[in-house]
Design a protein around this ligand. Structure first.
Ligand code: FFO
Ligand code: ATP
Length: 180
């Protein structure tokens, strides 16, 4: 556990240092686009702090005819819901400094989950914020494709997976599309 805490601190520092300098956006790989079909529900997220901005992947999903959704958070203990979202429609302030759709939005079951993360490794294990929100969402939607979105500096090899950790199917960075 303390291991995870120090890994989070190291990875957050690397992420903050990376975004402080000019950097390219997240790359849209042809293998991501090939996964998309019209009508699919693609859950994205609104980045906070130095998190990678998934906007290029959202644009690709919209161009492929997909519907977007965003996570809605009540508190640390309550499971996430995913609410339908169209670009330009309003967002509200949520906990942890998040921007999110209003609570009375339309809940949807995502086909693809664009997932924020603090660190990832070559086996596509993911270290998140520590509330277990995405771990629980992956358990609730086991059929969804789990795509991590991260800056390349967030790769830390040899993360130890806990029993509840569900690995990602791929990670999109500003440099490459990583699969296990
Ligand atoms: N942009 C974004 N949206 C997201 C997440 C995320 O990681 N990033 N989540 C992922 O589960 C869910 C929200 N869960 C969260 C749980 C805890 C903290 C949290 O403890 N934040 C720290 C600050 C961390 C930092 O500096 O990066 C805090 O408030 O002290 C944040 C989000 C859903 N939406
Ligand atoms: N499927 C699940 N059902 C219930 N609780 C879960 C589940 N998955 C994880 N948790 C709980 O969530 C907590 C946080 O887990 P962990 O530290 O691995 O989060 P994380 O890797 O930072 O990811 P996240 O971004 O999802 O918070 C743990 O206490 C764990 O018991």
């Amino acid at each position: 556990m303390s291991d995870k805490i120090s890994l989070r601190a190291t990875a957050r520092l690397a992420r903050a240092t990376f975004v402080a300098a000019p950097h390219p956006p997240i790359r849209v790989d042809a293998r991501f686009v090939a996964l998309l079909t019209p009508g699919m529900i693609v859950a994205s997220y609104v980045p906070i702090g130095s998190e990678a901005d998934p906007a290029p992947l959202e644009q690709a999903a919209l161009a492929a005819g997909c519907t977007l959704a965003l996570p809605h958070v009540v508190d640390r203990a309550t499971p996430l819901s995913f609410l339908r979202w169209t670009p330009g429609s309003g967002l509200q302030n949520g906990p942890f400094g998040l921007r999110q759709p209003a609570h009375d939005g339309v809940p949807v079951a995502p086909d693809v989950v664009l997932t924020p993360l603090v660190a990832f490794d070559g086996a596509l294990n993911r270290l998140g914020q520590g509330a277990g929100h995405y771990d629980r969402a992956f358990a609730a939607f086991p059929g969804a494709l789990r795509i991590g979105v991260a800056w390349s500096v967030q790769r830390i090899d040899g993360l130890t997976a806990d029993p509840w950790d569900v690995p990602l199917h791929a990670v999109a960075t500003e440099q490459e599309w990583i699969t296990a």
